[in-house]
Design a protein around this ligand. Structure first.
Ligand SMILES: Cc1cc2nc3c(=O)[nH]c(=O)nc-3n(C[C@H](O)[C@H](O)[C@H](O)COP(=O)(O)OP(=O)(O)OC[C@H]3O[C@@H](n4cnc5c(N)ncnc54)[C@H](O)[C@@H]3O)c2cc1C
Length: 313
C-alpha cells in the first residue's frame, strides 16, 4: 500500500494555521493540520481577548480558538496531534517527521508555528498569565487604566511596551537586569523623556504575588549587585524580553532574518522554497496579533491553492 500524499499540510494550530485550514478546506484541498505542542496557539494562555473583530463583548482566548478549530473542522480539515521534529523541504513531495516517528508527505506546506513570547520561567508567572501578567501590551494594556504597572526588559520591545502603556498607566516602571538599556538610542531617548516611565536598574523579578481573583498585587525584586530582595507593589507585570520564532527545524533550508523569523516575498506568503508558505507570527516580527496572523493564514491558503493548481497537483 502506498503512503498517502497530502496536497497541503499546515504546521501549527494558532489563528494563522486554523485560518489557513478553514480557507483551504473550503477550497476542497482536504488539508492536514499538525497541532503542535500548544493546540490553539498562544491565545490559549491568555484570558480576555477584546480586540478580535466580530466579538463585540470580547471572548476568552481558549474559547475563541475552540471556535476557530470547529470552523476549520466543519469543512473537512484533518487534525493530527503531534509536533514536527524535522522537515525535508526540498524533497518532492515534502517530508515532515512527527515526534512519534511517523513521516508525513505533502505537495505544499504552510508553516504557522508562531513566535513564542519569552518568559521569566517563574511558577507565579504561569499561574497569573492573563490575570495581571502579560506578554503583550497592545493586547492587555487597556485593562490597566489608571493602574501602576511594571515592564520587564531593556530592549526595544520593552521600551515600545512601556511607552504604549503610558497611555493608560500613571506610572510604568521598567525593571532591567543591567544598569543600562539594550534598546536603540532613539527608543531610549523616548522612554527616558516620558515622565510616566521610571527605571529600576540591576534588578530581576524573583516572584510575582497575587491570585487569579484579585490579580497581581506586588513583585519581589532582587538587586543583582547587592543580592538584596525587596517587595514592590504593582497591578500588572508585562514581560517584554523578546520572542522566539519556532523555526529551529527549518534552519539551513528557509531564509530567516537575524532574529530567526521566516522571510517571505513582500506582499505574499511565499518563502524561498517552492511550495512552502509562511503565515502568522513566525514571519512577522512587527505586528504579532491574532487578526494579522489570521489574515496571513488566509493569504497562505490562497497562495498555496494557486501554486498547487499551477503545478497540476
Ligand atoms: C499572553 C498573550 C496575550 C495575547 N493577547 C492577544 C490579544 O488579546 N489579541 C491579539 O490579537 N493577540 C494577542 N496575543 C498575540 C497572539 O496570541 C498572537 O499574535 C497569535 O496567537 C499568533 O498566531 P499564530 O497562529 O501565528 O501563532 P501561535 O498562536 O503562536 O500558534 C503557533 C502554533 O504552532 C504550533 N507549533 C509550534 N511549533 C510546532 C512544531 N514544531 N510542529 C507543529 N506545530 C508547532 C503550536 O503548537 C501552536 O499551535 C497575545 C499573546 C500572548 C502571549
Amino acid at each position: 500500500m502506498t503512503e498517502e500524499i497530502y496536497r497541503l499540510a499546515i504546521l501549527g494550530s494558532g489563528p494563522a494555521g486554523l485560518t489557513a485550514a478553514l480557507y483551504s478546506a473550503r477550497a476542497n484541498l482536504a488539508p492536514v493540520l499538525i497541532e503542535g505542542g500548544e493546540p490553539g496557539g498562544q491565545l490559549t494562555i491568555t484570558t480576555e481577548v477584546e480586540n478580535y473583530p466580530g466579538f463585540e463583548h470580547g471572548i476568552q482566548g481558549p474559547e475563541m480558538m475552540e471556535v476557530f478549530r470547529r470552523q476549520a473542522a466543519r469543512f473537512g480539515t484533518k487534525f493530527i496531534t503531534g509536533v514536527a521534529t524535522a522537515a525535508a523541504l526540498k524533497k518532492r513531495p515534502i517530508e515532515i517527521t512527527l515526534d512519534e516517528g511517523k513521516v508525513l508527505r505533502t505537495h505544499a506546506l504552510i508553516i504557522s508555528t508562531g513566535a513564542s513570547a519569552k518568559l521569566l520561567g517563574l511558577p507565579a508567572e504561569k499561574h497569573l498569565m492573563g490575570y495581571g501578567v502579560s506578554a503583550c501590551a497592545t493586547c492587555d494594556g487597556a485593562f490597566f487604566k489608571d493602574r501602576n504597572v511594571i515592564v520587564v526588559g531593556g530592549g526595544d520591545t520593552a521600551m515600545e511596551e512601556a511607552l504604549f502603556l503610558t497611555r493608560f498607566s500613571p506610572k510604568v516602571s521598567v525593571v532591567h537586569r543591567r544598569d543600562q538599556l539594550r534598546a536603540s538610542k532613539i527608543m531610549q531617548e523616548r522612554a527616558r523623556a516620558n515622565p510616566r516611565i521610571g527605571f529600576v536598574w540591576n534588578s530581576a523579578v524573583e516572584d510575582i504575588h497575587g491570585d487569579q481573583k484579585g490579580g497581581v498585587v506586588a513583585v519581589t525584586l532582587r538587586n543583582l549587585e547587592t543580592g538584596e530582595s525587596s517587595r514592590m507593589p504593582t497591578d500588572a507585570v508585562f514581560v517584554a524580553i523578546g520572542h522566539q520564532p519556532n523555526t529551529g527545524i527549518f534552519r539551513g533550508q528557509l531564509e530567516m532574518d537575524e532574529l530567526d523569523y521566516l522571510k517571505v516575498k513582500p506582499g505574499s506568503t511565499f518563502t524561498n522554497i517552492d511550495g512552502v508558505f509562511a503565515a502568522g507570527d513566525v514571519a512577522d516580527r512587527v505586528y504579532r496579533q491574532a487578526v494579522t496572523a489570521a489574515g496571513t493564514g488566509c493569504m497562505a491558503a490562497l497562495d498555496a491553492e494557486r501554486w498547487l493548481e499551477a503545478h497540476h497537483l
